[in-house]
Design a protein around this ligand. Structure first.
Ligand code: MG
Length: 259
């Protein structure tokens, strides 16, 4: 049985979602050739703690980083490391914060310097597929409608959809019911109710959709080692139009940077 959040809970989660959104922008400002992914994690952790929150990823099931940093063929769950970003790379920051008892969770794939046209296409398609999913996150629809929206857009634009990982409900726990797959059939899956808080997070590949887990036990790579992108926002299911709690505006509307 899915549970809607109360208005009070949603206000707390909105505050947290804004914090996560601002943290993503801080990370974005730090992304550049020559920077390590560990440095990106340090920037995020400092910002999160300075604002009275806790990076939830740190220690979650033993995860060793404050955020996930996933480079190029790593889809998700990359461990911050001494890897030095280089021109043409892409890096996803996936950030989860615990604030006043509730979780915030969003992700953004950043280009490192200039990227090639195929990679730009992957990023554009992945982000647009997220917004297609959000359009379907309305009362009366089901999780399959969200998955269908994401999948049909991504595949129509020449990309593939990872099946092994999915979005999720969000609240006091980092992962709550329902699962929100990025593929699916219209009219199938859990019925979406007013006030349900979910994270929609397409993980989209330039090549095939097959993935495997690295020997580090965390990093999920594409099997063909082609690039993968990942964007995530937290939304409240509403009648007619979802209410989006987190935002990429701090990243994209900053006068100094353009992603
Ligand atoms: Mg998530």
């Amino acid at each position: 049985m899915l549970k809607a959040k109360t208005p009070e809970e949603i206000e707390l989660m909105r505050e947290n979602a804004i914090l996560v959104s601002k943290t993503l922008a801080e990370v974005g400002r730090a992304v550049a050739p020559g920077v390590t992914t560990k440095e990106l994690s340090r920037v995020a952790e400092t910002f999160i703690r300075d604002h009275g929150a806790i990076p939830s990823s740190l220690g979650f099931e033993g995860f060793p980083g404050a955020i996930c940093t996933s480079v190029n063929d790593v889809v998700v769950h990359g461990i911050p490391s001494d890897y030095v970003l280089k021109e043409g790379d892409i890096v996803t920051a996936d950030i989860t914060t615990l604030y006043k008892g509730y979780q915030g969770d969003s992700a953004y794939t950043f280009p490192v310097g200039e990227i090639d046209a195929d990679t730009r296409h992957l990023l554009d398609v992945t982000k647009a597929s997220l917004y297609k999913g959000i359009e379907a996150a309305i009362v009366g629809n089901r999780t399959g409608d969200i998955g269908f929206a994401v999948q049909s857009y991504a595949e129509a634009n020449g990309c593939s959809v990872v099946r092994e990982l999915e979005g999720h409900g969000l609240g006091k726990e980092m992962h709550e019911e329902p699962g929100v797959p990025n593929y699916g059939r219209r009219g199938h899956g859990a019925r979406l109710i007013d006030g349900l808080v979910i994270c929609i997070e397409p993980m989209i590949c330039a090549g095939g959709r097959g993935v495997y887990i690295d020997r580090d036990r965390w990093s999920v790579h594409t099997a063909d080692h082609r690039n993968s992108a990942h964007y995530e926002l937290t939304v409240v299911v509403r009648k007619g139009k979802a209410e989006v709690l987190s935002t990429f505006d701090y990243i994209e509307k900053d006068g100094n940077i353009r992603f």
